[in-house]
Design a protein around this ligand. Structure first.
Ligand SMILES: C[S@@+](CC[C@H](N)C(=O)[O-])C[C@H]1O[C@@H](n2cnc3c(N)ncnc32)[C@H](O)[C@@H]1O
Length: 268
């Protein structure tokens, strides 16, 4: 732009400040702001709608069984991607991702351990554990967008009995029948194998409708596991470590499973 044009623009802007009836220079043009406003408004509406949609799917997953969740996503697989886009935006505020803590732990174990990652689609990618360690990993989730992910309800996995060294549930005990996922892990784990569970801390706040972590741990012990460690050090999640007892429990008594409070997200 020439110096003359710049001068004219400066003069017009000066007058604009003094006289509102004088049209502003193009940089203040109403045409430009009109174009900008509707698109940012639409963006906000789109974000609000997808946020609402995410909260609806999330609530559904915490209030139905795994089998119902599988039917739900099989009927409309695009809802799975919508759920994960919303989940990613929620989780990106967390200072630490539990899956990374689990990966760190796994890297210290034998590379010959066979791992099952139950509910494997994370905010850092599909089958992240499989991509991060040298071990053989079976990655399972309700929908598979990756050839390495087995699509199934993890209450009924295709894994062979007593074939797994480490079973991981990272924030994935969502269904109302979560105990059947743990029973499935018991079936597929070798005696002595590890069970790692990371869950949202608020689900274990007995003063706020959450489960007592001790009752949760005791129920898992009654299933045939030994509690090895509980890690409460993280602000957002708890990590439970168990091993499968060497001796099989012959006759299982009725286990009292505490209800895990659904992890519902507020509108932001
Ligand atoms: C909250 S996300 C956590 C994902 C990941 N493990 C992470 O740490 O970010 C829970 C995942 O578990 C899966 N999931 C929940 N119930 C399941 C079921 N019954 N069978 C298989 N996957 C399930 C969901 O589809 C979702 O991808």
């Amino acid at each position: 732009m020439s110096e003359r044009n710049n001068k004219r623009k400066r003069q017009r802007n000066k007058r604009f400040k003094e006289d509102p009836q004088i049209l502003p220079s193009p940089s203040h043009s109403s045409k430009r702001s009109k174009l900008k406003e509707p698109s940012s408004f639409l963006d906000k509406m789109r974000a609000r709608l997808s946020g609402g949609h995410f909260r609806m799917i999330n609530e559904k997953l915490y209030t139905c069984t795994g089998e119902e969740a599988l039917d739900y996503f099989q009927g409309e697989p695009s809802l799975f991607n919508l759920y994960h886009a919303g989940y990613k935006s929620q989780m990106s505020n967390w200072p630490e991702q539990p899956v990374n803590v689990i990966i760190k732990w796994l890297k210290k174990q034998s590379p010959s351990f066979v791992i099952a990652d139950f509910g494997c689609v994370s905010i850092l990618g599909e089958a992240l554990i499989a991509k991060s360690v040298k071990n053989k990993v079976f990655s399972l989730d309700l929908v598979s967008n990756d050839p390495n992910v087995i699509a199934c309800d993890m209450a009924n996995s295709p894994l062979v009995s007593s074939s797994i060294d480490v079973a991981v549930f990272c924030l994935s005990l969502m269904g109302t029948n979560y105990q059947s996922y743990l029973e499935e892990s018991y079936r597929v784990l070798k005696p002595g194998g590890y069970l790692l569970i990371a869950e949202v801390k608020s689900r274990f706040d007995p003063n706020n409708g959450g489960a007592d972590p001790e009752k949760f741990s005791n129920a898992i012990s009654e299933l045939g596991f030994k509690s090895v460690k509980q890690d409460f050090s993280n602000k957002m999640f708890i990590l439970f470590y168990f091993t499968k007892k060497e001796k099989q429990i012959s006759k299982k008594k009725e286990i009292e499973w505490p209800m895990l409070k659904p992890c519902l997200y507020k509108r932001r």
